[in-house]
Design a protein around this ligand. Structure first.
Ligand code: PEP
Ligand code: MN
Length: 340
């Protein structure tokens, strides 16, 4: 359930609501938007009548049940879009955020070259994995801390914010030392211990959709993070597994408008993993923006043919420049700027 305060409710009236929630043995989660102040109520609320409990308290506008199983991430509780401020770079809101860079960090020259190239055409975030969860144990597993250090170096030189994957709870403290945004990969979307741990940090999280996860399961995974106190979460549609084998995954474009209606969290599209074929990445990037995504995450490598992972779906810097031109046109057509 949630309790929405009247626009001019006093802090004392708000505190009284929070106190009453605690007295009932429930957990209050204040959600402060610019439009209205809301307290989400989490716990065993079966049999309780929200209106009877809170409806007549001074300063309360309404008290209602949340119809969806996800609560804190739901649009019912918070109507306005969440905008993540990542050290001055924005993710969510009107402007479209572009994240780009190689699948894996491979060397100093590679990451610096990629970072300079994507920055030059308008990306504001640098992606790059230092811990790679690979299907085969014999494939490149990432440069680990050395890779994180190279990402930090690229951030220092370019000002781009770093998005990098955290693979497990053991390495989370190390990754969190370097990352501006913690990426939870598709394979870890339901790693609840990891979700809980990132939920205890004050660091934005990019939560990728599991390979076979429904939208509801994905939102429940986001709820794990937010319910632990970390409200800075964005969702990334990266394609799901279907019967189709001609493409690596099937980017679920439906997820974009469906999520935008169900949740206030920013929605990012990953066209690279979504289709897995370099030549078609720009088309899927354009589709993602046209469908209403708040951001893109795109794999770009200075020499894709030499990449240690995902070269077949990585764009050259020149191809990425072309993609950005096209995306600007689509964004302009729906009245959205590309973030700076
Ligand atoms: C990646 O971003 O390189 C990656 C491993 O993505 P996913 O978790 O979506 O497969
Ligand atoms: Mn990849």
């Amino acid at each position: 359930m949630f309790v929405a305060m009247k626009p001019h409710a006093t802090p004392a009236q708000f505190d009284a609501v929070v106190e009453k929630i605690r007295a009932l043995g429930l957990t209050p989660h204040p959600i402060v938007g610019t439009e209205r102040k809301v307290v989400a109520v989490v716990g065993h609320i079966a049999g309780l009548d929200p209106d009877e409990l809170f409806g007549t308290m001074p300063g309360v506008a309404e008290a209602l049940r949340v119809s969806q199983p996800f609560k804190l991430v739901s649009r019912e509780v918070k109507e306005e879009d969440t905008v993540l401020d990542v050290g001055g770079a924005r993710l969510g809101g009107e402007a479209i955020a572009v994240m780009a860079g190689p699948c894996s960090v491979e060397s100093k020259d590679q990451i610096l070259e990629a970072a300079r190239a994507v920055k030059a055409v308008g990306a504001t975030f640098l992606r790059g994995g230092a811990f790679k969860p690979r299907t085969s144990p014999y494939e490149f597993q990432g440069l680990r801390e050395d890779g994180l250090k190279l990402l930090a170096l690229a951030r220092e030189e370019t000002g781009l914010k770093v998005v990098t994957e955290v693979k497990d709870t053991d390495t989370l403290p190390m990754v969190a030392e370097y990352a501006d945004v913690l990426q939870i990969g598709a394979r870890n979307m339901q790693n609840y211990s990891l979700l809980e741990k990132v939920g205890e940090l004050d660091r934005p999280v990019l939560l990728k959709r599991g390979l076979s996860a429904t939208i509801r399961e994905w939102l429940m995974a986001a709820e794990y993070i937010v319910s632990r106190g970390n409200h800075r979460v964005a969702l990334c549609e990266r394609g799901i597994r279907t019967f189709e084998t001609m493409t690596r995954n099937t980017l679920d474009i439906n997820a974009v408008p469906v999520l935008k209606a169900l949740t206030h969290l920013p929605v990012v599209v990953d066209p690279s993993h979504g289709i897995g074929i370099r030549q078609h990445v720009p088309a899927i990037a354009r589709a993602g923006i046209a469908a209403g995504a708040d951001g893109l995450i795109v794999e770009v490598h200075p020499s894709p043919e030499k990449a240690l992972s995902d070269g077949h779906q990585s764009l050259t810097p020149a191809e990425f420049g072309e993609l950005m031109k096209q995306v600007r046109v689509i964004a302009g057509a729906i009245g959205r700027p590309i973030g700076t």
